[in-house]
Design a protein around this ligand. Structure first.
Ligand code: PHE
Length: 337
């Protein structure tokens, strides 16, 4: 029996120290319920009373030795796996980091902020007005009574007969003059709505920046000078302005204002559609009717107003030929600005 135990010991220890030993399999083979060592221990009943304790002691020693050997082999294996992991998963801190995607402002927001900056630099402050507006502010107070043909060109979305989505930022002129007495110098950027079908140059939702200056002795010369400063700052020093006579019910005289094409300088190109000029805003001297409607005496005060199309400016400045691109949120497009 002694020999049998020694043999088990040697075999087991050799198996454990072999390369790629399956340690759990070895444990089962020798120490398990049906294992070889267990079988020997079962046979001990057949031994004599003298032999039994001696063999029992050896058997225990063999068991302990195999157990110890198994546990240090297990430990060593774990250690080896850890080392392997540490090497394989080593992080090279000198490697350049993966790109982080940083968002940026939408081109329309960029242009709006730029326009705001320019006017704030000229002493204007920013006024706000509601997008859901009363018919009174959007039309009547601006000298556009019911059935006036100007309503046709600014057909909008009605909530009730008297409440609508504003078709222009001009109602903010009236709201400002009602609250504030001259001198007034404000701009008001925001969304406006018209029931236009979507195409390359129309959208039912777009953006304007309204401007209003009211004080004693304000003339058309002030309007022209201020708009020229604005256009040169935004499009470059060579920019020229062209005032075309126009009609708005709430300004008199009125003009549509074009800037010389900043791409071709006025010769004609794709961006200006061979015109040499690009229309970007409507403007004029505030109509006496509007002033007195707001409690401002037109005999004492005068003023000018203008409305810039933000989409127009963005498309002109960036050479965008289809307005829909501005609303589709395609990253490939937006990333360019
Ligand atoms: N509100 C006008 C429009 O939307 C533009 C404008 C504003 C014209 C101020 C004159 C003065 O067409």
């Amino acid at each position: 029996m002694k020999e049998k135990l020694n043999q088990i010991r040697e075999e087991a220890l050799a198996a454990i120290s072999a390369e790629n030993a399956d340690l759990e399999q070895i444990r089962i083979k020798y120490l398990g319920k049906k294992g070889e060592l267990t079988a020997v221990l079962r046979g001990m009943g057949a031994l004599s009373a003298e032999e039994r304790p001696i063999i029992g002691q050896i058997a225990n020693e063999v068991r302990t030795e195999i157990e110890n050997s198994l546990s240090s082999a297990t430990q060593a294996l774990k250690e080896k796996e850890l080392q392997k992991k540490l090497i394989e998963e080593k992080i090279d801190v000198t490697m350049p980091a993966a790109d982080i995607k940083v968002g940026k402002l939408h081109p329309l927001t960029q242009i709006q902020r730029r326009i705001e900056e320019i006017f704030i630099g000229m002493g204007f402050s920013i006024a706000e007005g509601p997008e859901v507006e009363l018919d009174y502010y959007n039309f009547q107070a601006l000298n556009i009574p019911e059935n006036h043909p100007a309503r046709d060109t600014q057909d909008t979305f009605y909530i009730t007969e008297n409440i609508l989505l504003r078709s222009q930022t001009s109602p903010v002129q009236v709201r400002t003059m009602e609250k504030q007495k001259p001198p007034i110098r404000i701009i008001s950027p925001g969304r406006v709505y018209r029931s236009d079908a979507v195409d390359a140059t129309h959208s039912p939702l777009f953006h304007q920046v309204e401007g209003l200056v009211v004080d004693k002795g304000i003339t058309m010369g002030d309007l022209k000078g201020m708009l020229e400063t604005f256009a040169k700052t935004l499009f470059g020093d060579e920019t020229r302005l062209r005032f075309r006579p126009h009609h708005f019910p709430f300004t008199e005289p009125s003009a549509e204002v074009d800037v010389s094409c900043f791409v071709c300088g006025g010769k004609g190109c794709r961006v200006c559609k061979n015109e040499g000029w690009i229309e970007i805003l409507g403007a004029g001297m505030v109509h006496p009717f509007v002033l007195s409607n707001c409690g401002i005496d037109p005999e004492v005060y005068s003023g000018f107003a203008f409305g810039v199309g933000i989409e127009r400016v963005a498309m002109t400045k960036y050479g965008i030929d289809d307005m829909r691109l501005l609303y589709e949120n395609d990253m490939r497009f937006l990333e360019q600005f």
